[in-house]
Design a protein. Structure first.
Lengths: 346, 434
């Protein structure tokens, strides 16, 4: 049945992706919900919430706010909080409630900017899509709003777009990715802040490490001519150590698309017989190969294992629950957006 | 322009009165700061005992969450504590569903699929619905009847309507009604009572059980103590219900209406004399005389021992704990301790304690955990020697104290004794560390 899930719990939603992309940038983030969505984002999908303060708030909508569309009260609350927080920008994040009542986010953006005097971003996530879709919208709008000035190119500057704990399952991903590129790795949203976003035109190139960074990289290419490519330059050492013995094996990797494809290259370099990639999340057409899979329903990974005749599956261990017929080797590759598990918990 | 977090002194708040509580203390008048200090109670589905976990309090039941994926995301975290992960199923809604409500026709088939996937039929399927269906005006009772016809098992709704949190029937009130709604009339047993209010059991050493037994009550049932669905159904034979949490009043009223079981309400208190008085009144109401001297003396000794060991120390009191922070603060003040700050939600039920605090400690700061200005609270901004409450712990890293939010529920003298024993251990450990 479409949308029916058993054994697995839902993956991270688009509103979590928005917050994850913008968490470290110093903005006032107002999630337009009644409290439950914010509880899920902060209490579960954002591991940095427990070690780092960020101005993420719920708008605390109530039934009459939704029924009567009292946007002016919402803006009052935002302006009042902004007086305390003094953030350089404000973000309004959509959830199912505004989607149902068809909130006019463009109007909200204008009202908020007028009353607060700072730029506002409105991201119409709905809570029904996956995290990468929300993160993609957030990155694109962030660079579109703040990366305006054309600066001289700095030859050592490499922008890294698309890194979130949801993708890389560690709060230290910024440090790891930055240290894995030649030159000065600028990891947007995980170490690099709003000032670096404003200076994005100075990058020699941009490296996209998850599909959520593609739209922003294309925008920066169009606006400044900055070239970009897709790759993941860092994987956990524990995972890399397990690859050489997979020579001669047929391997299915389930993860976010760019990470899975980058890992495929490493496996082929270790002489794996063949490698297929499957994902529930966004795919990049140019990386797809004929043996790859795009999953829609919970039974699809088991079908992929059978069709590809995989000897080995590399995936978050939560997927084991839906691969009951698979008797081959399973290698755990945590994906926070799936299991909510960070690498450090392994 | 606020430069620091918002607080108001107890004296100022008492002077304003219950009808003029400042907006900064009222959750829905501001953006809500979901800091780690608030996650247990600021979201009907987040950490702690939210609607999802509570709905599964019915033994051998399973839950079908019918919602956008964002509503079910945190459920992975519930898989660990009581192996609840196997009891959750999901029917995820897409963009069209949340606008048109077309998902409603699929729910009976989804319930059938849930039942067919299990080795034995569940006792009940609890259907958890969220804000989307609140806005669509879904008649979930009707959908549940269709589900029962289709799958042949009882199906009950659990309303996780965060939008109605400050309404007449907020989610945690509704879910308490839901979990008792499967009880059917049984012949009454004069020596049986139920304890309502919590989803986990009272502490084993709680004197309430002993006092009731001495008064002739032979069977005391709690939801958490029901080993299976048949044991749960036996709750319908109770002579009366004891309500220990006001959020269970609505459920108790429903049980009285449907099954003819009357109820009596007791309050969790930390003032030892008030505990005694409450037992006297309770005894009078049911025609029994409770001999509580032994339990009273034990609790009094725990307080006195703590006072001798640690002196007149100061406490930061939070609201993520088993109790009302304002009543607890009054108890601490009356025992001779200091309470420089309280994090809590002031309302009709506890304003009486605010007035008392204003008399005993007028300068005590009162803040709302949910205020956006709490972002500006610096660690240990207010000096205290110990904390009580998991939220207070968040604001005071490095300070000893007790979270006091355990799942075994403290009540009465046993609760007081356990609190001071726990504090004594925490402070000794803290001192040893220093």
């Amino acid at each position: 049945m479409k949308g029916f899930l058993k054994r697995l719990s839902p993956f991270a939603p688009d509103n979590s992706g928005v917050v994850s992309a913008l968490f470290e940038l110093g903005g006032l983030i107002a999630i337009c919900d009644a409290g439950g969505c914010t509880g899920n984002v902060c209490g579960f999908d954002e591991p940095r919430w427990f070690t780092m303060r960020s101005a993420v708030f719920s708008t605390g909508m109530r039934d009459m706010d939704a029924i009567l569309g009292r946007d002016h009260l919402l803006v009052n609350k935002i302006v009042s909080a902004q007086a305390s927080v003094k953030a350089p920008f404000i973000v309004l994040v959509g959830t199912p409630v505004p989607a149902v009542i068809a909130t006019d986010f463009k109007a909200l953006r204008r009202m908020t900017e007028k009353r607060s005097g700072v730029p506002a971003l409105t991201i119409e996530s709905t809570g029904v899509n996956y995290y990468d879709k929300g993160a993609s919208k957030a990155y694109e709008m962030l660079f579109d709003t703040f990366a305006i000035d054309t600066l001289p190119v700095e030859q050592d500057a490499v922008g890294i777009i698309g890194a979130t704990p949801l993708d890389f399952s560690t709060c230290n991903a910024g440090k790891y990715l930055s240290g894995s590129v030649e030159g000065r790795g600028i990891v947007y949203g995980m170490g690099a802040g709003l000032d670096e976003v404003k200076r994005a035109s100075a990058n020699r190139m941009n490296l996209v490490v998850s599909p959520s960074g593609i739209a922003a990289a294309k925008l920066l290419e169009k606006r400044f001519g900055t070239p970009w490519k897709m790759d993941v330059p860092w994987f956990p050492e524990e995972l890399l150590a397990l690859l050489p013995p997979l020579a001669g094996k047929r391997v299915l990797i389930i993860h976010q698309h760019i990470a899975a494809c980058a890992l495929r290259e490493k496996l082929l370099a270790c002489h794996a017989a063949d490698v297929s990639v499957g994902t529930f999340f966004m795919t990049e057409k140019s990386l797809l190969q004929s043996q790859d899979f795009s999953f829609k329903e919970v039974d699809d990974p088991a079908i992929a294992v059978r069709e590809f005749n995989a000897d080995v599956v590399i995936a978050d261990r939560n997927f084991k629950k839906v691969l009951s017929g698979f008797n081959g080797e399973f290698i755990d590759f945590p994906h926070f957006a799936v299991s909510g598990r960070v690498l450090e918990e392994q | 322009m606020a430069e620091q977090y918002y607080f108001i002194t107890a004296a100022e708040l008492a002077q304003k009165g219950q009808t003029q509580i400042p907006d900064e203390l009222v959750g829905n008048k501001n953006l809500i700061y979901s800091s780690p200090a608030t996650l247990a109670f600021n979201s009907p589905g987040a950490q702690g005992f939210g609607v999802k976990r509570a709905g599964l309090a019915v033994p051998d039941s399973v839950m079908l969450l019918v919602a956008p994926r964002c509503c079910g995301r945190n459920t992975s975290a519930l898989a660990a504590p009581g192996n609840l992960g196997e009891r959750f199923f999901y029917l995820l809604l897409d963009d069209t569903d949340i606008v048109t409500g077309r998902h409603l026709v699929r729910i009976p088939d989804a319930v059938k699929e849930v039942c067919d996937s299990l080795p034995k039929p569940p006792s009940a399927v609890m259907i958890c619905i969220t804000c989307v269906d609140a806005l669509l005006g879904t008649d979930m009772e009707r959908v549940c009847r269709k589900c029962t016809e289709r799958a042949g098992v009882p199906v009950e709704p659990c309303y996780m309507y965060a939008l109605t949190r400050e309404g007449r029937l907020p989610p945690m009130v509704q879910v308490r009604k839901s979990v008792y709604s499967l009880l059917k009339p049984l012949p009454k047993r004069s020596d049986a009572v139920n304890i309502l209010g919590f989803f986990t059991a009272l502490r084993e050493d709680c004197e309430l059980r002993f006092l009731l037994r001495n008064a002739g009550v032979k069977v005391i049932r709690e939801l958490a103590g029901c080993a299976d669905f048949n044991a749960y159904l036996q709750m319908a034979e109770a002579n009366f219900n004891i309500v220990l949490n006001q959020e269970a009043r609505y459920a108790a009223a429903d049980l009285e209406k449907r099954l003819g079981i009357p109820s009596v309400e007791l309050t969790r208190l930390y003032q030892i004399d008030k505990v005694r008085r409450q037992y006297q009144l309770f005894g009078a109401a049911i025609g029994a005389e409770f001999d509580d001297a032994k339990y009273y003396d034990e609790a009094a000794l725990a307080i006195e021992t703590f006072r001798q060991n640690h002196g007149k120390i100061s406490f930061s009191v939070g609201e993520w704990l088993n109790g009302d922070p304002f009543e607890l603060a009054v108890a601490l003040l009356r025992y001779g301790f200091e309470v420089p700050e309280i994090f809590g939600t002031v309302g009709e039920s506890n304003f009486v304690w605010v007035k008392k605090i204003a008399q005993l400690s007028p300068d005590t700061r009162i803040s709302s955990n949910l205020s956006p200005t709490m972002m500006l609270y610096k660690d240990n901004e207010v000096h205290c020697d110990a904390f009580i409450g998991k939220d207070a712990a968040y604001y005071h890293p490095g300070v000893p104290g007790v979270n006091w939010n355990t799942e075994d529920q403290p009540f009465g003298y046993a609760g007081i004794k356990a609190l001071f024993t726990g504090l004594d251990e925490a402070l000794r450990a803290g001192k040893e560390k220093k």
